[in-house]
Design a protein around this ligand. Structure first.
Ligand code: CP
Length: 305
């Protein structure tokens, strides 16, 4: 595996399977009453969050602590970033405090790549702009594998605001590497211009794709990134692309529903679908800790330098 995890596309099939298999071994730790391993004792993980997060920030913190690493949490709000301090100076300040790994979420696509040129430790991309979110894709693949078995030949449908979704891009790359067949379903306005070069199929007809899906992953409509009208109204979006009870009934009986969170309940997904037994949404959060433990363990090696 490379020193950094910036793009799901950087992972070979062997790398991805190593992370998933390591996470499977580490999963038992999360089920113990004392959820701690001494593996990263003496190592320091910095969580550098320039954008809001609930799941990713907390799960990286929990993952590092379960491996006994020291954790420094940095949030841009309330820091010297508000006084104009640059990403580079912020990163060098944190490195001076001895960071062995920097986990970064940033609003700008490419920020983790830039950071990797400035620090000596490993950089983990926790979501950069509309670009990538590789650990989300890994936890999604882990969640699918736990429910369905091997992903080779599985039909995964990803629905919604692909244009603004770093989750969609990372999932298309990773699932393709793992041998799954991915179909994106979205209104034409919410697909990137370059989608024709992505290793997946594209459809505008959710009702036609649902009966052929082993997994249906709904994406959040990212209103905060929209500076124009991408669809006539929320009601119209929901009518054509929302997963409601009637659409859920069109899925095969053993197919599962996923969502990376946070959800717009009632818009892209009905509450009763999100809360059904075939939804993995809560499992995905728990699996996020396990996958991030595996990533930190494999990047930091568990050995003291
Ligand atoms: N799925 C995800 O990245 O959620 P957060 O924004 O809460 O971290």
């Amino acid at each position: 595996m490379k020193r950094h995890l910036i793009s799901a596309g950087d992972l070979t099939k062997d790398d991805a399977l190593l992370i998933l298999d390591t996470a499977e071994e580490l999963a038992s730790v999360s089920e113990r009453s004392i959820k701690k391993l001494p593996t990263l004792r003496g190592r320091t993980v910095v969580n550098l969050f320039f954008e809001d997060s609930t799941r990713t920030r907390i799960s990286f913190e929990a993952a590092a602590k379960r491996l006994s690493a020291d954790v420094i949490n940095f949030s841009a709000k309330g820091s010297s970033v508000s006084k104009g301090e640059s990403l580079k100076d912020t990163a060098l300040t944190l490195e001076a405090m001895g960071a062995d790994a920097v986990v970064i979420r940033h609003g700008s696509s490419g920020a983790p790549h830039r950071l990797a040129n400035w620090v000596h430790g490993s950089v983990v991309n926790a979501g950069d702009g509309t670009h990538e979110h590789p650990t989300q894709a890994l936890l999604d693949a882990f969640s699918m594998r736990r429910r369905l078995g091997a992903l080779e030949g599985r039909r995964i449908t990803i629905v919604g605001d692909v244009l603004h979704s770093r989750v969609a891009r990372s999932n298309v790359l990773l699932l393709g590497t793992l041998g799954a067949e991915v179909t994106l379903v979205a209104p034409p306005t919410l697909l990137p211009v370059s989608v024709g070069t992505w290793p997946c199929e594209v459809s505008y007809d959710l009702d036609a794709v649902l009966p052929k899906s082993d997994v249906v992953m709904m994406l959040r409509v990212q209103k905060e990134r929209m500076n124009a009208a991408y669809f006539p109204s929320e009601r119209e979006y929901s009518r054509r692309y929302g997963l409601d009870r009637d659409r859920f009934a069109k899925m095969p009986d053993d197919a599962i529903v996923m969502h990376p969170g946070p959800m717009n309940r009632g818009m892209e997904i009905a509450a009763e679908v999100a809360d059904s037994a075939r939804s993995t949404i809560v499992e995905q959060v728990a699996n996020g800790v396990t996958i991030r433990m595996a990533v930190l363990y494999l990047l930091l090696g568990g050995e003291t330098a």
